[in-house]
Design a protein around this ligand. Structure first.
Ligand code: HEM
Length: 508
């Protein structure tokens, strides 16, 4: 009985102390003179997201709309004080001008195979980014195009086999996985096969689910503390050997191709990277003085980069194409205009679809741009504070390791920047835009840490959508729930209910 009383008293004390701690925690921003939203103990401001009522992006947009005059708004990501930036000038500082204070996304993973470009920090990130950027030059992309276009043809053949009630996000996922599989893993012809193991493994990485959401909520620091690897180990065992074998095969057989694997083989042949002095060509990265450091271009580091391309790349590409398909289906007149343009450009160039002819499809590219605004694959982005930062016009100093959030959705849906923001209006991009603020349009992020593969992704999407328009007329299947909502438990802007389409074959 006595033991029972002690246990109950202990439990009650723990609950009371925990509660008091949570209340105190929720004063963090108020104590620093920063306007804060409406935190609850333990849940902070996250209850609506946890209850699946809205996405984090929608929630941050609500905060920004409720306080239009606050440049920053404090909120609580559960117990973690975080800040949402509600001012483009300050955002420009965070993402570009004061980059060295916000250079990372989280703590550096320990194991080298988890050190991909997305997750690495500081000098290691800087060194890898510098060496991987040349993969995406116009010359390299031009060479890659025929391979992507060939995969696009296989994709059209796959679509010919199923034309009713097609889950296009899933089908674009097969195509995008195949593209990454071929270019970054040297694995050919796997993802578009029926019951493809490769596709199933890749799909699991960011599949919207409660468990994936919990991992995201835990955040990198807690995940590290609890030993949850940032990249699923099962994926690693599956994909790792593929990269290793592909690189070995190329080295031993002198096979040369125009893809990411080839670039990695070349980097290995060039040997260790020495990061020992400030590099003038690297000014844009704006890192502070760099201490001496050597980066071994090991197989594991390369596997990490391939995994990173998979993690960062295929979901976002597939989803963006899925949403564009949705907009084209909802706006048949825009779909016809885009199809007409594709036909005219091809006729002009003897039916040649290549890097340069795709770039002539101006109207299609405005459709893609407008789609990126309305349906960014990430409706929220974030940065970790890497050096203490005094928030301008306040007395608050952001501590190292805290997080700031970029409300992509709120910016993209702001009528100040985009009149009638809820409408799909590709023509808004035809008018010469004199406002050069890069922080108004963020589907690929901006600044030194923006998507390294933006041009590659745009090329891939233009190629696939041009082929789709030539081959099929796309319409919404009646079973699709309209208007679509976004899944709050997803890292990316996946639709909560599937988007189904009918495809009518055209005489290409
Ligand atoms: C439509 C397709 C894509 C979208 C919308 C997209 C979007 C993004 C965004 C928003 C970021 C974060 C940028 C920031 O924090 O400022 C990012 C980073 C990144 N993306 Fe993409 N991405 C796409 C395709 C790809 C593809 C195909 C690849 C690989 C081949 C890729 C590789 C990466 C990498 C490695 C990073 C991290 C860059 C760094 O931290 O230096 N992305 N992407």
């Amino acid at each position: 009985m006595e033991l029972f009383t002690v246990l109950v008293a202990g439990f009650v004390c723990t609950v009371v102390l925990g509660f008091l701690f949570a209340l105190k925690r929720n004063q963090y921003w108020a104590d620093r003179g920063i306007h804060q939203y409406k935190p609850l103990p333990f849940f902070g401001d996250m209850l609506p997201v946890l209850l699946r009522r809205k996405t984090l992006g929608e929630h941050l947009m609500e905060m920004c709309r409720a306080h239009p005059d606050e440049k920053v708004i404090g909120f609580y990501f559960f117990m973690k004080p975080s800040l949402v930036i509600n001012d483009l000038e300050l955002l420009e500082k965070v993402l570009i001008k004061d980059f060295s204070h916000f250079a990372d996304r989280g703590p550096q993973p320990k194991n080298v195979v988890h050190m991909n470009l997305f997750s690495t920090t500081g000098n290691l990130w800087r060194a890898i980014r510098n060496r991987f950027s040349p993969m995406f030059t116009t010359g390299k992309l031009r060479f890659m195009f025929p391979q992507i276009s060939g995969l696009g043809e296989d994709f059209m053949n796959l679509l010919r086999t199923k034309r009713e009630k097609v889950d296009m996000v899933d089908y674009f996922g097969k195509f995008a996985t195949e593209v990454i599989g071929v270019t970054a893993f040297g694995l050919e012809g796997r993802a578009m096969e029926e019951n493809s193991e490769f596709r199933e493994k890749a799909k699991k990485i960011f599949e919207p689910s409660f468990s994936n959401y919990v991992k995201f909520v835990l955040g990198p620091s807690l995940m590290k503390l609890l030993g949850v690897p940032p990249t699923n180990n099962e994926m690693l065992y599956y994909f790792g050997p593929a990269v290793k074998n592909a690189m070995k095969y190329r080295r031993e057989n002198g096979v040369v191709r125009h893809d990411f694997i080839q670039h990695m083989v070349t980097l290995q042949q060039k040997g260790t990277i020495e990061v020992d002095k400030d590099d003038v060509s690297d000014e844009i990265l704006m890192m502070d003085h760099v201490p001496e450091m050597k980066v071994e271009m090991s197989d594991n580091l390369m596997i990490g980069q391939s995994m990173g391309f998979m993690v960062a790349g295929f979901d976002a590409t597939a989803l963006t194409m899925g949403w564009l398909c949705y907009e084209l289906a909802m706006h048949p007149e825009i779909q016809s205009k885009a199809r007409q343009e594709v036909k005219e450009v091809l006729e002009k160039h003897g039916n040649r679809l290549d890097y340069d002819t795709v770039r002539e499809m101006k109207f299609l590219s405005t459709c893609l741009k407008e789609n990126g605004r309305l349906h960014s694959a990430l409706d929220v982005n974030f940065r970790m504070v890497t050096k203490p930062y005094k928030v301008p016009d306040t007395s608050a100093v952001l501590e190292r390791g805290s997080f700031v959030y970029i409300p992509n959705l709120s910016i993209h849906m702001d009528p100040k920047y985009y009149p009638e923001p809820e409408k799909f209006l590709p023509d808004r991009w035809i008018v010469e835009n004199t406002d050069k603020s890069s922080c108004k349009y963020l589907p690929f992020g901006t600044g030194p840490r923006m998507c390294i593969a933006m041009r590659f992704a745009n090329m891939e999407m233009m190629c696939a959508i041009a082929k789709l328009l030539l081959n099929f007329e796309v319409s919404i299947h009646p079973s699709t729930k309209l208007p679509p909502r976004i899944e709050p438990y997803s890292f990316f802007t996946y639709p909560r209910d599937k988007l189904y389409f009918n495809l009518k074959k055209l005489n290409a």
